[in-house]
Ligand binder design. Structure first.
Ligand code: TSJ
Length: 636
């Protein structure tokens, strides 16, 4: 008997050892992303308890010692002996791979889904983990170190609450980064709260002198999410259209509202996890919208029988929408295994949206009219843009090497070796042209502020000279015509003044790249140059400082005295070509910041650009205030 127990024990330890040996296999990455994944992994278990109807509040605390605590008011993980393992169920959850949520049963679960690897993986990757369960009138406690049980489950004092609390410290032997980001956790926890209506989630940062708490609780669920996403835009009508239903075991929720922008912001979720590649649930939503609005338009004579149907794309212009489904056995496919394949999801979403949206439009004909009218305008604009594009294509076919006149191209024709500097202003552009390494560095100066692509329709964007110059210089084309193999430069480097105007221009450029050529960013071709903020001179020697910290360090090193001359650079134009080369363009010395994105964060990236570039002042002011550190660094 006792032999059998220890043999089993060894096998269990081997399981978690495998997780420690190859953590990437279980959590994808040991970078900061993987670190935060641990928290979501634990929180998901509490969310399941909420979906089952037993938990109303989840509390997440970032502790001073670097650990994180997740507490819920659910039923408490069962502590009774599990028959197969002959151990308390809670111990099984933390020591056996893939044991999470295997008891109980029925209902939809967000854990154990796409990323769900279970609490034992978190345990294996933590220096220590402590679980406290309040259940059946008592408090129970167990501690583990690097996945190993440190003491048998202890029964402590009697208590009349129920719930589970897990506290763990990620193992620095495993993770490259072990400091949790409050903002990153906040983003995802807010999202989980939006996706789980009625659930309250609070996040506390106990690390600073003054602790900070944020709390999320949305009775309206994804309706409130759509409202939140549209907060920086002008909606076309007041309603958030919301539909919900269940069909063939698929729980469906969808919500949407149009705004007066030209962007389509449609997001899909399966079991609370974002599906950036979409799948059957998303195509079900799109088909239903196209069909229902076309039916409505014909029925109300806004489209004549002889008119072409309105395309889905035109109906989705300015649309902010969310479709969120819960399904017990999601099947994922596609390149990154993030595309939902279940055909019953398409059927469920399509039929529920068709039916409920049809009813909504009957009851709210004014809203239907606004949407159809906007779609018809979009259709006309799209036809005009297509004609303009065809014309542009023909022109470039006649004049194949139509590179912009302002471009000082490099002589090397192998894109691998080449980079292009997009430079604010003609004078800095002039210096950059003189300073550059002609063989590999091309310079494209831009005049003044570039067009805000968030506020213009495609036809106008494509006639803008600065935009046209960039498109032809890069060589890739845009949108669905984008072809990265045609990229003429390996690095695209934005070089602007280190002040608010410069930051604004960088943001406008990044908005353009993100909306028109996102793969440039995804594949790591876009960079921000970092010009120096100060030059320090002493006894004919020179130092450049790229931040205030660096300036202080230099001053400490060389000693503060009257012979020091400190010059604050207000713009690139103040540097002569030689200085510009030395500080900002010499590949051996310059500082470049690579612009990166993760498709899992697409919704938040989209929304950040909308808030920064959209037409409502208040959300933008709020964003800038919250990120004031960034702004003040740029604007001293
Ligand atoms: F998984 C985990 F250990 F990491 C974890 C689980 C972490 C946290 C913070 C909470 C939880 C958790 C689990 N909260 N609530 C539950 N509920 C159950 O495990 C449970 C309780 C009762 C029954 C039942 O059928 O009576 C079933 C389940 C799944």
């Amino acid at each position: 008997m006792s032999n059998g127990y220890s043999a089993e024990n060894i096998q269990i330890l081997e399981g978690l050892e495998a997780v420690r040996r190859r953590p990437g296999m279980y959590i994808g990455t040991t970078s900061s992303k993987g670190l935060h994944h641990l928290v979501y992994e634990i929180v998901d278990n509490s969310v399941d308890e909420a979906l089952a109807g037993y938990c109303s509040h989840i509390q997440v605390v970032l502790n001073k010692d670097g650990s994180v605590t997740v507490t819920d008011d659910g039923r408490g993980i069962p502590v009774g002996i599990q028959e197969k393992a002959q151990k308390p169920a809670v111990e099984v959850v933390f020591t056996i791979l893939h044991a999470g949520g295997k008891f109980g049963g029925g209902g939809y679960k967000v854990s154990g889904g796409l990323h769900g690897v279970g609490a034992s993986v978190v345990n294996a990757l933590s220096t220590w983990l402590e679980v406290t369960v309040d259940v059946d009138g008592y408090r129970y406690f167990q501690r583990y170190e690097r996945g190993k049980v440190m003491c048998p489950l202890e029964k402590l004092s009697s208590i009349d609450r129920r719930g589970t609390s897990v506290r763990f410290l990620p193992d620095p032997e495993i993770f490259e980064e072990t400091v949790f980001s409050f903002d990153y956790l906040k983003m995802r926890l807010r999202e989980i709260a939006f996706l789980t209506k009625g659930l309250r989630i609070s996040l506390t940062d106990d690390r600073p002198e003054e602790p900070v708490t944020e709390s999320f609780h949305y009775e309206g669920g994804i309706s409130e999410y759509v409202k939140y996403l549209n907060r920086s835009m002008t909606p076309l009508y007041d309603n958030i259209i919301y539909m919900e239903g269940e069909k063939n075991g698929v729980l469906v929720e969808a919500a949407f509202q149009h705004n007066d922008s030209y962007n389509e912001n449609v997001y899909s979720f399966v079991n609370n996890i974002t599906t950036p590649e979409g799948g059957t649930h998303l195509s079900g939503l799109k088909s239903a919208l196209t069909k229902t609005f076309n039916d409505y338009a014909r029925k109300n004579k806004m489209l004549k029988d002889s008119d072409d149907p309105i395309s889905g794309e035109d109906i989705r212009e300015g649309l902010t929408a969310i479709v969120s489904i819960k399904i017990s056995e999601p099947q994922f496919g596609g390149q990154t295994k993030q595309k939902l394949g279940n055909s019953e999801a398409r059927v469920a979403v399509e039929s529920i949206v068709n039916e409920k949206l049809g009813i909504f439009l009957e009851q709210n004909p004014d809203v239907g009219k606004i949407i159809v009218e906007k779609s018809i305008v979009a259709q006309r604009a799209r036809n005009a843009a297509r004609k303009a594009r065809e014309l542009a294509h023909r022109k470039s076919a006649l004049d194949t090497m139509a590179l912009p006149g302002k471009l000082a191209d490099c002589t090397d024709k192998n894109p691998e070796n080449c980079e292009i500097y997009i430079v604010e202003g003609d004078s800095a552009g002039g210096s950059a042209k003189e300073a550059r390494a002609r063989a590999t560095q091309a310079i494209l100066p831009l005049r003044g502020k570039i067009l805000n692509v968030e506020k213009a329709r495609l036809d106008r964007i494509l006639t803008n000279n600065e935009i046209k110059a960039m498109i032809t210089a890069f060589g890739t084309g845009i949108h669905e015509d984008f072809d990265i193999s045609k990229l003429r430069y390996n690095k695209i480097i934005i070089m602007t003044d280190a002040d608010v105007d410069g930051a604004h221009i960088s943001t406008l450029l990044l908005t353009f790249f993100y909306r028109f050529m996102p793969d440039l960013i995804r594949e790591g071709h876009v960079y921000l140059a970092k010009p120096p903020l100060y030059k320090v001179e002493k006894n004919k020697k020179e130092w450049y400082a790229y931040s205030d910290d660096e300036l202080n360090r230099i001053m400490l090193e060389i000693g503060r005295d009257q012979n020091n001359k400190v010059q604050r650079y207000k713009g690139l134009g103040e540097m002569d070509p030689e200085q510009l080369w030395e500080t900002t363009m010499d590949p051996g010395k310059r500082i470049l910041m690579k612009v990166m994105m993760d498709d899992d964060d697409k919704l938040n990236i989209d929304n950040t650009f909308s808030v920064l570039m959209g037409d409502q002042v208040e959300p933008r002011r709020e964003f800038i205030e919250k990120n004031a550190k960034f702004v003040t660094n740029l604007d001293i």
